[in-house]
Design a protein around this ligand. Structure first.
Ligand code: PGA
Length: 243
């Protein structure tokens, strides 16, 4: 049985006071959300403590937006798994297309981050996805297969989430057709070789398309950027209707 994971990635948004105001609206809206899904928010590092305290005693889980492979050391601007565990963080996003693009993150580094997360009991959410150029030149499957093989090497698939996020769909309003997203997710499942792997779709997920995406056989949740910044919209996504 695959339990869907609905995760909001706030990226570089939300001060502590904004996060507090957000939760005042959001938390009552997930009171009656069915227990058949996990609900997660990934705040910026500075707001993790606030979200952890304000959501204590609720079902909302926390994710970080990154994690380093060392426990401590001279790694300016990085975050240690131990620092996250102190705030009851459960998941860690790694390999998002933004650090891949802006900071040239490699599959090897992503793999080190994900292995470090797992070895500390954090569940890595490993993002993979092709650019529009790669899709146009029919390289989608080759690119994602490489990201999967290198990024997921030596990881335990039982303690892992993979997020299929086509880069051309992120923040653009252009959602990948649900059948195509489902096809890629099923390929990822086949390549990893573990039937119960949790695979999310991400890229312009919104209240208007969540029910259709979640009705697909191989989509086990979503990673949501822009639409997770509004508590009413994200609550609607969290409350997707399962068919
Ligand atoms: P988006 O972002 O929902 O704004 O497209 C998704 C993501 O970057 O994870």
């Amino acid at each position: 049985m695959r339990k869907p994971v609905i995760a909001g990635n706030w990226k570089m948004h939300m001060t502590c006071s904004q996060a507090k105001e957000y939760l005042e609206v959001f938390l009552p809206l997930i009171n009656a959300t069915p227990l058949d899904r996990d609900l997660v928010i990934a705040p910026p590092f500075t707001a993790i403590s606030t979200v952890s305290v304000e959501s204590c005693g609720t079902r909302l889980e926390l994710s970080s937006q990154n994690v380093h492979w060392e426990d401590d050391g001279a790694f300016t601007a990085e975050i240690s798994p131990l620092m996250l565990l102190e705030h009851k963080v459960k998941y860690a996003i790694v390999g998002h297309s933004e650090p891949r693009k802006y900071f040239s993150e490699s599959d090897e580094q992503i793999n080190l981050r994900a292995k470090s997360a797992q070895s500390h009991g954090l569940i890595p959410i490993v993002c993979v996805g092709e650019s529009d150029k790669q899709r146009e030149s029919s390289e989608t499957e080759r690119v994602i297969r490489r990201q999967v093989e290198q990024g997921l090497e030596d990881l335990d698939p039982k303690k892992l989430v993979v997020a299929y996020e086509p880069i051309w769909a992120i923040g653009t309003g252009k959602t990948c057709a649900s059948t195509e997203a489902n096809r890629i997710c099923s390929l990822i499942r086949k390549w990893v070789g573990f039937e119960d792997l949790i695979i999310q779709y991400g890229g312009s997920v919104k209240a208007e398309n969540i029910d259709e995406l979640m009705s697909m056989s191989d989509i086990d949740g979503v990673l949501v950027g822009g639409s997770s910044l509004n508590p009413i919209n994200f609550a609607r996504i969290a409350n997707f209707k399962s068919t």
